[in-house]
Design a protein around this ligand. Structure first.
Ligand code: FRU
Length: 431
């Protein structure tokens, strides 16, 4: 499974679609959309493949997109990938990223597909890489943003408008003053506490010691008219990319990301079992005092908790569990003997690192500058760890492969609770 698509609430259900490549665990094969449906954020049903390449406009892949409810229908806007036969670079020639709309009445099946935009409808300076429509309605108008790479290798976002959700007009672009990567994927525009934001995934941004440490980036910036604010990464761990947000009926803005990334120089040990990747837990977004976006794991996680265990410096706890602690100065947490979370107060550096290549399947180290780190919440599952620091001002996610049995936990400089948990419920209507 790859990135989440079409996150939405429709007909009293939460819908989580995702890029799915069932033919092979290493992603060789055409992309489809798989589908999970939630009664709430804890009880899910997998209903199977929802969309597959089956027309000439999406014949080489049903790529990423978004969902909008309209008059009892769910409209799914997505990219139809088409590759030409022949010797092309796939950047300046040989590929189409068509924008399509699929209509569903139940969220599980597609009734029809329409072609909305083809390469001739994109600005002439765009390369063949234009994709991942995010559509929303506001004040009687329909809006769309699309990720794009120009022919001169600049990442940008294209903006379109429509009065009916079907006929679209190009109205401009969003870009940074200075070039920032060669391609921007998976844009998401949303409003949080009355401020407008653009989330996007730039590719081709050079790595720095404390920033942009992954092969591709994923972050957000405030958006005013066509001005973009400072780009801030969503997650500083090894495994996070292409998130989307949606609104819950109770007003919470939820973000879910792909706990994976393409083209990384580390891997996932489950490939030999025929699968890889997962999504993050749903995260509640809020605005921090500093005007940035904080992320808290969905509050329903507490409903999965059993009795807390007595805190000790060394423990062995079956996953999943949450470690909820407070620190004052330096601390360190070690999971499964070789995954370390270390905070050095004097240097103001938080490090997530592996001391064995097996546990991290090739992951080494990620670093974050932090003036202080008092609040620590770690969601520990059997192959994934999500670390929320200072009430989610900084988040790091990673996969790890500890094997069967309880997870060894050792801690220094930190005090709090360990909550053993039940898993979320996932039923299967399809395999
Ligand atoms: C993000 C992405 C999207 C694209 C999809 C294809 O990981 O590259 O830009 O639509 O995956 O699977």
């Amino acid at each position: 499974m790859n990135d989440p698509n079409g996150l939405c609430c429709f007909q009293d259900r939460i819908h989580v679609y995702f890029q799915y490549c069932p033919e092979s665990a290493d992603g060789q094969g055409n992309r489809r959309w798989g589908h999970y449906e939630g009664e709430d954020l804890l009880h899910w049903t997998y209903t199977g493949i929802m969309m597959s390449p089956d027309c000439k406009w999406d014949r080489d892949g049903v790529y990423s997109g978004s969902a909008v409810e309209d008059q009892d229908h769910l409209l799914l806007y997505y990219t139809g990938n088409v590759l030409y036969d022949g010797d092309y670079d796939g950047i300046l020639a040989g590929r189409e990223g068509n924008t399509l709309r699929a209509i569903s009445t139940d969220g599980r099946h597609v009734r029809e597909k329409d072609l909305l935009l083809t390469p001739k409808d994109y600005p002439a300076d765009c390369s063949c890489h234009v994709r991942d429509p995010k559509v929303w309605k506001e004040e009687g108008l329909w809006h769309m943003v699309l990720g794009a790479r120009t022919r001169e290798n600049r990442g940008i976002v294209l903006r379109y408008q429509s009065t009916d959700g079907q006929r679209w007009q190009y109205v401009g672009r969003i870009q940074t003053k200075e070039p920032f990567g060669y391609m921007w994927e998976c844009p998401d525009r949303f409003v949080l506490e009355e401020e407008e934001f653009l989330s996007f995934c730039p590719q081709g941004v050079p790595s720095e010691e404390f920033r942009y440490q992954n092969v591709y980036q994923s972050g957000y910036a405030s958006l005013t008219e066509e001005e973009l604010g400072v780009f801030t990464e969503w997650d500083m761990g090894f495994d996070f990319y292409a998130p989307q947000t949606f609104l819950m009926p109770d007003g919470r803005r939820i973000l879910m990301g792909w706990m994976g990334i393409g083209d990384a120089d580390y891997t996932n040990a489950t490939i030999t079992e025929g699968w890889q990747h997962c999504l993050t837990v749903p995260r509640e977004l809020y605005r921090t005092k500093a005007g940035r976006i904080g992320q808290r794991p969905f509050r329903e996680w507490r409903r999965l908790c059993m009795h807390p265990l007595k805190w000790a410096a060394n423990m062995a706890v079956p996953a999943p569990f949450v470690l909820e602690g407070r620190a004052a100065g330096d601390f360190s947490i070690t999971l499964a003997k070789h995954l370390h979370i270390d905070f050095d107060q004097a240097q103001g550096i938080l490090r997530l690192h592996f001391s064995s290549p097996e546990l991290g399947a090739g992951r080494k180290e990620r670093r974050v500058r932090m003036d202080g780190c008092e609040e620590v919440l770690v969601l520990v599952d059997s192959t994934s760890v999500e670390i929320y620091l200072n009430d989610g001002e900084v988040v790091l996610s990673t996969r790890y492969y500890p094997g069967e049995g309880p997870i060894a936990v050792s801690m220094r400089g930190i005090d709090g609770d360990i909550w053993p948990m039940e898993g979320m419920e996932v039923k299967y209507l399809a395999t």
